[in-house]
Write a protein that binds this ligand. Sequence first.
Ligand code: HPA
Ligand code: ZN
Length: 324
Amino acid sequence: MKTWLRDLPKVELHLHIEGSLEPELMFSLAARNGVSLPYATVDEVREAYDFSDLQSFLDLYYQGMRVLCTEQDFYDLAMAYLEQAHAEGVVHVELSFDPQAHLNRGVELAVPFEGLNRARRQAEREWGMTSALIMSFLRDRDAAEAMAVLEKAAPYYETIDAVGLDSAEVGNPPTKFSAVFERAKALGIPRVAHAGEEGPAAYIREALDELDVCRIDHGVACLQDAALVERLRQMQMPLTVCPLSNVRLKVVAEMTDHPLPQMLEQGLKVTLNSDDPAYFGGGVLENYLACAQAFAWDRETFKQLAGNAIDVAFMPDARRAALL
Ligand code: HPA
Ligand code: ZN
């Protein structure tokens, strides 16, 4: 099964590229940029990755990304991940990034855009691997800041496939960003949002009603609300589920408790993704393998999950047709 899952053409829809920063690269970028880290060794970094919830992860995630300073750093970060994903049989990756987390420490918007886009072009040239770019807003900061970033990103709209919404969910409902997402819609930019990871099912409803999103990142909390499940099923709203992330952030106690089997049973449009692979125990293939072990799914189930991601990815129809 392992070889078969590796060879299955897979698409990754939910990846925070800053969350793909492996401790080895963190150290080498820290040295290159003269940034000090509160760890002495790579092992110490890995030992620190023992999270109690989303916030305890976010604290280390924002700390780690301080080593990303130049366009070359973002290029190296993305290239390392895309190469690893390619080796795992991933044929298309949708990278999210958090511009505010860089702007707020003096790293201009052009830096992540130029570095990430250069890596994306190279991956396509070298391996025929396609990608999309999702510019995410930090929901625990104010909406005016997100709006300013959206306007500032005008020179890069051509390279943005969607805007997203991430960071600390509880207490930061989707409605806080209604005006920002309305502006993105007016600009013709598709919208996605994290909802129902730690937050309630009501946030998933809000993301649909107020932000007019075309997919929900995570969405596992939908099972608290039967009418919402029915709505998501009827719409075939894509849900980018990240099982290893949910275990590591204690959204579920262990893999065998994960609601993925119920979600599939209910006819939901589920996909499997890695979220922050350097922090949560691996990339897309590891997430597929963890599901194979926990749920003993057959090949048809995995083909369906991989096919769901191809169906809803931001990619030209000709590329989609070639993959299906
Ligand atoms: N949830 C919310 N925000 C995030 C995450 C996550 O898992 N990873 C990076 N930003
Ligand atoms: Zn996420």
